[in-house]
Design a protein around this ligand. Structure first.
Ligand SMILES: [Zn+2]
Length: 233
């Protein structure tokens, strides 16, 4: 099994299929090179072994253009899935960001065991103090972009003290998804994918500080390379 078995971006509810030469297809191919994760699909999915383990659905009206969902209700199908709005200008980054959340979830299963999957609402490895993720988190905290979004969060919390954590950007789970998306975009080397990354880190309203300028990202890139090569993904 390769990692690409987790991601089938051609499985849109609209029946649209990505052309095989699309940048996203290349990204998925690249993700597939993180071969043989030590996680069984049935462990992630509570027994479901559908052909498209983490389907990606086109959902034009979704807020923020994308979401990763995991159903924690034990007696329901625990199928993780990704929803994105394919009509958004920089949808490649949306998919890569949501894939980052999916990857974070799979890392939790990998490092903490499948029995922990539905036992808590914290479904991401990044939400725990796990040694293999410490170098990544240390690197993130030292970046200029992180310090900016942290300041943005503090400003938002000052104006609205009870603001939901879901609306904050400097959390470990959100910075992991952003880190992963930028990592994959850069690795793809695809001009369109890079253009979507550039759109995110320069002009996108409310989002521009979530992604890193090139020099600022180097240390994060190194820690992610190391993390994935260490576990053989
Ligand atoms: Zn996110």
């Amino acid at each position: 099994m390769t990692f690409s078995d987790y991601f089938h971006p051609i499985d849109f509810s609209s029946r649209e299929k990505l052309p095989t030469n699309s940048p996203l297809a290349k990204a998925v191919e690249l993700i597939g090179s993180f071969q043989s994760p030590n996680v069984l699909l049935k462990d992630v999915q509570g027994g479901n072994t559908a052909n498209h383990p983490i389907p990606i659905f086109h959902f034009p009206t979704i807020a923020d253009n994308g979401a990763f969902r995991y159903n924690l209700i034990p007696d329901k199908l625990n199928l993780p899935y990704i929803m994105i709005n394919m009509n958004s200008n920089d949808y490649l980054m949306t998919v890569a960001h949501e894939m980052g959340h999916a990857m974070d979830h799979l890392l939790k299963v990998h490092f903490m065991g499948s029995s922990s999957v539905s036992s808590t609402k914290k479904i991401y490895a990044s939400e725990y103090d796990i040694d293999p993720l410490q170098p990544w988190w240390t690197a993130v905290q030292q970046t200029a972009a992180y310090k900016q979004i942290q300041a943005m969060d503090l400003g938002a919390l000052a104006a609205e003290p009870c603001r939901s954590e879901n609306l904050l950007f400097a959390t470990r789970r959100e910075t992991f998804a952003c880190s992963f998306a930028q990592f994959i975009a850069l690795k793809s080397g695809d001009p369109k994918f890079i253009a979507h990354l550039d759109a995110r880190r320069t002009s996108r309203s409310g989002q521009k500080d979530r992604y890193w300028q090139s020099a600022d990202f180097l240390s994060i890139n190194t820690t992610l390379e190391h993390l994935f090569s260490e576990i053989g993904w």
